[in-house]
Write a protein that binds this ligand. Sequence first.
Ligand code: MSP
Length: 681
Amino acid sequence: MKKKFYLTTPIYYVNARPHIGHAYTTIACDSIARHQRMMGFDTFFLTGTDEHGQKIQRAAEAAGKTPQQFTNEVSGEFRALWRRMGITYDDYIRTTSDRHKGAVQELWRRIRENGYIYKGNYIGQYCVFDELYVDVVGPGAACPECGRPTETVKEENYFFKLSQFSEPLLNLYTAQPDFIRPESRRNEVIGFVRSGLRDLSISRSTFSWGIPVPDDPRHVIYVWLDALANYITALGYGSHDDANYQKFWPADLHMIGKEIVRFHCVYWPAFLMAARLPLPKSIVAHGWLLFEESKMSKSRGNIVRAETILDVLGNDALRYFLLREVVFGQDGSFSFDALVQRYNADLANGLGNMASRTLAMITRYFRGEVPYPSHAAAHTPADAAITKLAEKIIIDYQQLFEKYQFSRALESAWSLLAAVDKYIVETEPWSLGESQDEQSRARLATILYTSAEALRIVTALVHAVVPEATAKIWGQLGLGDIAKFSLSELSWGQLRLGTKLGKVEAVFPRADKSAIQRMQQLEETERHVSEAVAANAAEPSEAARQSALSQASPKASAPPQRQTSDSTSAQTKGRITIDDFAKVELRVAEIKVAERVKGTDKLLRLEVDLGSEVRQIVAGIAEAYAPETLVGRKVVIVANLEPRKLRGLESNGMIVAASIEGGKPVLAAFLEEVPLGARLK
Ligand code: MSP
């Protein structure tokens, strides 16, 4: 029987659209899933979306949609992106699906029947952004994880007896040293558990967007218990068809980002132990993808969308770059310059050039059939060195890959390409090409066979990471469907004499400087347009950040404080305080100059008079307003926004507009006369 391999990504929150931070985890998992399939494992790869909780409820409110409508849309965007990227997931779980809800309730019942759930009252701080109970004191205190203001939760909750699991968890980490990787994260978790675990609030009763607690529907289940359970509910746990659960659980790998280690390495195994279910085999936490020096996230406004890279350089470029450039486990920076540089150096000049050069020579000198060296005299130590190196790299690559050291694995594969490149330069096959004597033909055959065989080996090894181009090269080598190739049997010499090559075509066209500009423009336009359009609708995670509320217990080990009262806080409605609003400086300004920004259809450069000063603002309104109609018009601007560069122009403020169908902006205006610079409050 085939060995099984079950791996998962985190299920992504649908409060914001996908970006390359999400794509990073998904690409890593997709590469592992493809690799494991090629290694002969019966592989199950799960991804999906996390759709309940207060953060999502507020994001939906801010967008003026029902939570279900909103989550349907954003979940659909994630799924559409994964499809476009050719992600080979086997199932896509949504926490709002019926199959998930019923199974989560089943898990709750089991934990309750085993005696680990009780009712109490909680008062403490909660971070809605992290959906986390935090150990800080006082309304508005900053979340120790993300720095955003926390909200006070004061309500009747169900509690989970997490405090009883310190010993069993510590025993688990000792017995299974690979349970948490890398080592640094493991130490962090051990330190946290050693410092003492307190019981955890696992229900909420002051909002409704969640799965009802069995037998007490006034409560919804804590969103992290709901979300973590996806890893078993997707397999059919708790339903009448649990064949996949029987076959694939426990998971071989939960891949996550480092910020959600505690939920996966402490809460999740404790919930499973309480339900007496088997535990996952390993949890691997990677670092953060940084852009402009901080973690890429929508609320920081520093995201890069995967679509931009797909449009300009393609899927393989994004996958290769992320896995090659970032040392897995550590934080890594994303930049368009580095992306294009790697693309050109490693893909266009490296793999792409090596393939077209080798295959073109076989076509030219051997009528497109793989030649084979006919006698030993045609071999030299240089050929033998390539063979030896390839054999070593087959082993190294697979070992590194299986330890999820993608960057080192790819580096080793590319070192074989570099060695072959040097070998070709030194052996000069083209100088033998026109000669018909037997000795030269045999020598030429050896060189080209050696090069093609090394190319085949690299292609097979890196297919899981660079699937599209390698499938083409495999076809050009005349080998058919690469996905069917059994990677565990890869060895030197499998390329057969006389194999008829397919049509030889370049796989990675070189990218010039304009590729960088095109990607930057796509992102700038997108950002500016969404700013202009969002002027009238609170940005979801901002809304979540600004408002006030919460629930019970420890990620940062908050002591659940009991209270007799179960009163509902008035701060639970996604509102902001007057002080929050006062931070936004809205002022009246008059447009003095309006002109189109060259090279874009969307942007206008405006000069606006605030009475005391004239400012430049770049606004994404060119599709709705002709510049000449704007001069002399009074508008409302956000005057204290951080300046930002768009198309090389500094934009110093933002024009406020309503967003109507299709995202069309309509400028806010006044019916009465208003002086320039007047503040809106
Ligand atoms: N919904 C929870 C996870 C529940 S799992 C049972 C959540 N969602 S999330 O949308 O915030 O996604 C977090 C995950 O997305 C990270 O753990 C990581 O895998 C990935 N990333 C999102 N932004 C990222 C970066 N900037 N860098 C690296 N990974 C990133 O947390």
